[in-house]
Ligand binder design. Structure first.
Ligand code: ATP
Ligand code: MG
Length: 733
């Protein structure tokens, strides 16, 4: 039992309890994923279970391949026979073999968002339903959330029969499903729902998989949705050898339908379930763990749990306040360099985390300029993102109309009725004439074999580009970009798509405006040609290509779930960014953001930096954000201000860590008579209050009751202040 030596008593218990349902609930870094891996190895090596009988569900494909790799280090062979993957990938595998039994063809296609949109519009037309009254995107959202909850069109129609509008929506859902089927297509949600349907309608198929998967294991269980819950339940029904591991405090996907009830219901579903709590953290230093615990304690909606570590105290949490986002990024790059030198760390020991994708841009720029190789997990480098490549292609064509490659990229983006056949004809003719595609298009009538419609479309594209070329002479780069985005309807198209991905693309495009603004601010004689040359240097990946694969990792906080790194930088720790502004008015949102912060902090093994900027340009706009309340929730005794360090040479050393960067956190609770006349009922998140000396501010949080009510207020001039309501000299305005 060699691998059990690397387990504590509770972990061993979780590994050895191979038969029957088991729920492992535990905080970050306590070895949940390790338990799953060892359990699989134990089943195979010690219990003689065939790898073929094991199903392990992970949250991402990356996690699945990592798990396989870890297992392969523990067992001799057979890893490839274990089914590990995400819910979606496992379902595709099952459906490819069996979908004929529910009337689809095995070669079914998976519809993406834009396919779905076309389809729902067809359905609306066919039903004579007005797109204004039944917005296509909200209809898709409606259908998706019924699917998450496993409600069929029939059921929806029956349940809402007396409500005309709801019944119409149900019928639309029904038509949409029928049409998917006619197209032999499944949308993403269908992958899980159709697998469940397959199992329900074909007990023999279900039985086959129930027999096959004698052991089912699920990682990150807190982030499963209802349909996924049902799927696990069906699969595990026969043997009930099901092991799920999760952590309430790391539930960060409610916005995608994750349902925390799944944990609570597990114990109800399996009253004989063994529940194991792991309390020892093996990942982080005491300081990091204390910081994480202190932050998450501010959530009201949680179950208290203990998490301790035998690891050493470690360094204090380092806080850096950048003057602006560039200063912040350069601080990080310089730190990476110095830590590498002093601590013998390698680049792959570092992770840079941020709240939204667009924030990677400034960090990437600093890394490139600092010659530090990096990779982005769960996303693309900024200049590799489709929307950024598209806008750059527009600019290149405007600067240099004979750039055929760029022109071909955008000639039909967004769609303007210039399809592949048309383009082929144009290109053939341009080769024949030895001219650029653009110049050939100027006389589109002369191109052989084109329909009148094609000619019209080409002509209007040429005149659009012509308009931009003229604008280039008068407008600065930023204004030109704004004008292009506006005229071509690129952002509008994304807005209509209204998915999380589309919103992220819009944010990236807006962030591209920041690039232009920065460029214009730093180059007196700015022009498009020079701007493009600047960008080429940045997007030239070869310049900093990875030597021996060592690279710093960049990713969003969401993508970091489950991972660990010796050194972590949590960047952009600012109110409005993290927590995002939505958290100001919605307590549930704020708690989800705080869980995300807990996830971020607990990724760090040895060293944790939290950085923020006083001024930040993001999405083309300048913001003066206050420092994130999450930094304020880390006890000062665990904190070391890095800005202070910069000034230590001149200033006398001050043992207190409360640097100027924490002055926003003084409690205004001097001994005074309670001021219970403040109209406390009106003080809630979002309310405007006026403070005697700090002016007007906005309440972002109210905690506690009566005399103990504590409020958090942001003042434009002062940043964030925590105040005891009873004593603070404030009034509602
Ligand atoms: P998260 O909630 O972040 O997903 P987790 O609970 O899944 O965390 P793991 O990733 O499994 O935690 O483990 C965290 C780290 O602690 C890993 O590096 C793992 O190898 C190590 N670890 C876990 N248990 C032990 C143990 N008993 N002895 C030594 N190291 C351990
Ligand atoms: Mg894990």
């Amino acid at each position: 039992m060699s691998f059990l030596t690397g387990m504590n008593e509770r972990q061993k218990e979780a590994v050895l309890a191979t038969e029957g349902p088991i729920l492992v609930l535990a905080g970050a870094g306590s070895g949940k994923t390790r338990v799953l891996t060892y359990r699989i190895a134990y089943l195979i090596e010690e219990k003689g279970v065939s790898p073929y009988n094991i199903l392990a569900l992970t949250f991402t494909n990356k996690a699945a391949s990592e798990m396989k790799e870890r297992i392969s280090r523990l067992i001799v062979d057979g890893v490839d026979d274990i089914w590990t993957g995400t819910f979606h990938s496992i379902c595709v595998r099952i459906l490819r073999r069996n979908i004929e039994k529910i009337g689809y063809n095995r070669s079914f296609v998976i519809f993406d968002t834009s396919d779905q949109k076309t389809l729902i519009k067809d359905c609306l037309k066919e039903k004579d339903m007005n797109e204004k009254l039944f917005d296509p995107n909200s209809m898709l959202n409606f259908i998706g959330s019924q699917k998450d909850k496993l409600i069929s069109p029939d059921k929806y129609i029956n349940d809402n029969y007396s409500d005309f509008r709801e019944r119409q929506k149900g019928e639309l859902y029904e038509l949409y499903q029928n049409k998917l089927k006619e197209n032999n297509a499944l949308d993403f949600d269908d992958l899980i729902n159709k697998t469940i349907e397959l199992f329900r309608q074909n007990p023999d198929v279900l039985e086959y998989y129930q027999n096959k998967f004698k052991y089912v294991l699920v990682d990150e269980y807190q982030d499963t949705n209802r349909a996924q819950y049902m799927l696990i339940k069906l699969l595990a029904k026969q043997h009930e050898n099901i092991c799920v591991v999760g952590d309430f405090d790391q539930s960060i996907y409610k916005w995608r339908g994750a349902d925390i009830r799944n944990i609570l219901d597990f114990e109800e579903e399996y009253p004989n379930a063994k529940v194991i709590k792991l309390e020892q953290n093996y990942r982080s230093t005491k300081t990091i763990l204390d910081a994480a615990n202190s932050v998450i304690e501010n959530n009201l909606e949680r179950k208290d749990k203990i998490l301790w570590t035998e690891n050493e105290e470690g360094d204090k949490i380092k806080i850096y306040n950048g003057d602006n986002e560039h200063d912040e990024a350069y601080f990080i790059v310089n730190k990476i360099k110095s830590i590498c030198e002093e601590d013998e760390k390698s680049l792959s020991d570092f992770a840079l985390l941020y709240r939204t994708n667009a924030q990677s841009r400034v960090l990437e720029e600093a890394l490139i300029k600092g010659n530090i190789p990096y990779k982005i997990v769960g996303g693309l480098k900024f200049y590799d993102r489709k929307e950024i490549k598209d806008i750059i292609a527009y600019l290149r064509v405007i600067q240099n109309p004979v750039d055929n490659i760029s022109l071909k990229r955008i000639i039909n983006v967004p769609k303007r009725g210039i399809g592949k056949t048309t383009l082929d004809k144009v290109e053939d003719y341009s080769i024949k004439k030895g001219e650029s595609i653009y110049s050939i298009m100027l006389d589109a009538e002369e191109i052989p074999g084109l329909s009148q419609r094609a000619i019209t479309n080409l002509k209007s594209f040429v005149s659009l580009i012509g308009k931009f070329i003229a604008m280039k002479e008068i407008l600065g780069v930023k204004d030109l970009i704004e004008n292009i985005l506006d005229s071509i309807g690129y952002i509008k198209e994304l807005e209509e798509e209204n998915t999380v991905e589309a919103r992220s693309r819009i944010e990236n495009l807006e962030e591209f405006l920041s690039v232009a603004i920065d460029y214009e601010a730093n180059n007196e004689e700015s022009n498009l040609e020079d701007f493009l040359a600047n960008i080429s240097l940045l997007s030239d990946i070869d310049r900093v290509d990875t030597e021996n694969g060592e690279a710093v990792t960049l990713m969003t906080l969401h993508s970091a779930k489950g991972l660990e790194f010796p050194v972590v930088f949590m960047t952009g720790m600012e109110e409005g960014l993290f927590p995002s502004a939505r958290g100001f008015t919605d307590d549930d949102e704020l708690e989800e953001e705080r869980r995300l912060c807990y996830v971020g902090i607990t990724r760090a093994k040895e060293i944790l930096y939290m950085t923020y900027s006083s001024i930040r340009m993001l999405y083309g706009k300048t913001n003066y954000n206050a420092v994130s309340r999450f930094i304020g929730e880390v006890p000062e005794s665990l904190i070391d201000g890095c800005n202070e360090k910069k000034k230590l040479n001149t200033a006398t050393q001050n043992s207190s860590t409360s640097s100027k960067y924490f002055k926003g956190y003084t409690f205004e609770n001097t001994k005074k008579e309670p001021n219970l006349n403040s109209d406390s009922e009106n003080i809630k998140a979002g309310a405007k209050v006026s403070h005697k000396s700090w002016g007007i501010g906005t309440v972002v949080q109210v905690k506690g009751q009566g005399e103990n009510t504590e409020i958090t207020v942001t003042f434009p001039s002062q940043g964030i202040k925590k105040l005891m309501l009873a004593y603070a000299p404030i009034e509602v305005v």
